[in-house]
Design a protein around this ligand. Structure first.
Ligand SMILES: NC(=O)c1ccc[n+]([C@@H]2O[C@H](COP(=O)([O-])OP(=O)(O)OC[C@H]3O[C@@H](n4cnc5c(N)ncnc54)[C@H](O)[C@@H]3O)[C@@H](O)[C@H]2O)c1
Length: 362
């Protein structure tokens, strides 16, 4: 019989609301407590999980109760360190929202505690829910794009303008504080694609430059616009554009034999002179056409729509995959150490933006 996992869910705000249903829908998972400083938020989460009859409370100590196996932390970044370390030291499996923490030294402290733990401790990286990301890794590792020379990501939304308006009206949130967030749009958004591009290519970011500005969000302390230019140890370059005063999402990987471009979480185009590819969601039948410099792969377009964050039936759902690892005593799919590296890259970009110089990433 499958062992049941008892969960405590800490922080029941915007993001948690997207994936609580995974905990409701997995029959071998039971949520014992929903913890939030805001009793209404804890109560709303408990209602979604009504079949488990969880306790709705604002007392974090319930996460450390003997009966709890897994603590899922969905709180603002500056709370990750005290909450994660307390849960790790209490012997719990811990799944922590990205970024690891607001400060690099806090993230490193969490990683040290995780390194001492015999339990499953990891980071929730939502993009790994998407079969497309796993296809991209296969496409690159099978050489369908040749040698990767450039990766591009744009991750932008206008949430910052809303938080700024609210802050100016006296309703300040943690996202407006650099102390609590660790920065602005860059730390919140860029960690996703730094992580994905390293994971897809197997190369590491070794050098960073960047620019950050606050243009349209006077109520926030952090930047609302940031561009990073990163160099990898393979020689490839990454350009990352992030903002929360404009809209749009795009991901592209360019190699010596082809390219993939994915726009608006829907439209994917692929061209490869290195043969067809038949993956989970990407189907490319190959073919060559003449172009400047010699034959290139024929471009084909397709629609690829990501699964919902709360889809427990998705075998790649990162909550489900983490819970399965915890149940079977395996390491977490995304380690805290890898998230600490993502933060080192972000901090190098911030330093570059401050000093105007390129910064080596340790
Ligand atoms: N793609 C993603 O995976 C993604 C997207 C957005 C946010 N996030 C991350 O998720 C985390 C939460 O972000 P959010 O957007 O849900 O924020 P949010 O402000 O909507 O929710 C945070 C919740 O934590 C609660 N909280 C605050 N202090 C607490 C405490 N001491 N104990 C318990 N609860 C407390 C708040 O009341 C609120 O309900 C952040 O680390 C953020 O970086 C990840």
């Amino acid at each position: 019989m499958t062992r049941r996992l008892n969960v405590s869910f800490v922080g029941s705000g915007g993001m948690a609301g997207h994936y609580l249903s995974v905990y409701r829908d997995l029959a071998w998972v039971r949520v014992l407590s929903c913890i939030d400083v805001n009793p209404e938020s804890a109560g709303r989460a408990a209602e979604i999980l009504a079949a488990d009859a969880p306790l709705a409370t604002s007392d974090y100590n319930h996460a450390l109760a003997d009966a709890v196996d897994v603590v899922v932390i969905n709180t603002p970044n500056h709370l990750h360190k005290p909450q994660a370390i307390a849960a790790i030291e209490a012997g719990k499996h811990v799944l922590l929202q990205k970024p690891v923490a607001a400060k690099l030294e806090d993230a490193e402290a969490i990683a040290r505690a995780a390194g001492r733990s015999p339990r499953t401790v990891g980071l929730y990286m939502s993009y790994f829910d998407q079969p497309l990301m796993h296809d991209l890794q296969d496409i690159v590792r099978q050489g369908r794009l040749g040698e990767v020379v450039h990766c591009y990501a744009r991750l932008m939304h206008r949430g910052g303008m809303m938080w700024s308006r609210e802050a100016l009206e006296g309703k300040r949130t943690w996202r407006g504080s650099t102390e609590q967030t660790g920065g602005g749009c860059l730390i919140q958004l860029a960690v996703h694609y730094i992580h994905i591009f390293e994971w897809i290519t197997g190369a590491r970011v070794v050098r960073a430059t960047g620019f950050t500005r606050r243009v349209h969000c006077p109520g926030l302390e952090g930047e609302d616009l940031a561009t990073a230019l990163l160099q990898m140890d393979s020689g490839a370059m990454i350009t990352l554009d992030t903002a929360w005063c404009a809209d749009g999402e795009e991901l592209a990987v360019h190699g010596t034999c082809g390219r993939i471009v994915y726009r608006g979480n829907r439209r994917l185009s692929m061209a490869s002179s290195a043969g067809p590819f038949d993956g989970r969601v990407v189907r490319y039948s190959g073919g060559l056409t003449e172009a400047f410099g010699g034959p290139v792969g024929v471009e084909q377009t397709m629609e690829v729509v990501p699964p919902g964050f709360g889809d427990a039936a998705n075998p790649l759902n990162q909550h489900r995959v983490f819970l399965e690892a915890a149940r079977e005593g395996r390491p977490a799919p995304v380690s805290i150490d890898s998230g600490v590296h993502d933060m080192r890259v972000v901090m190098a970009v911030y330093e570059s933006a401050r000093t105007g110089r390129a910064v080596e990433v340790r």
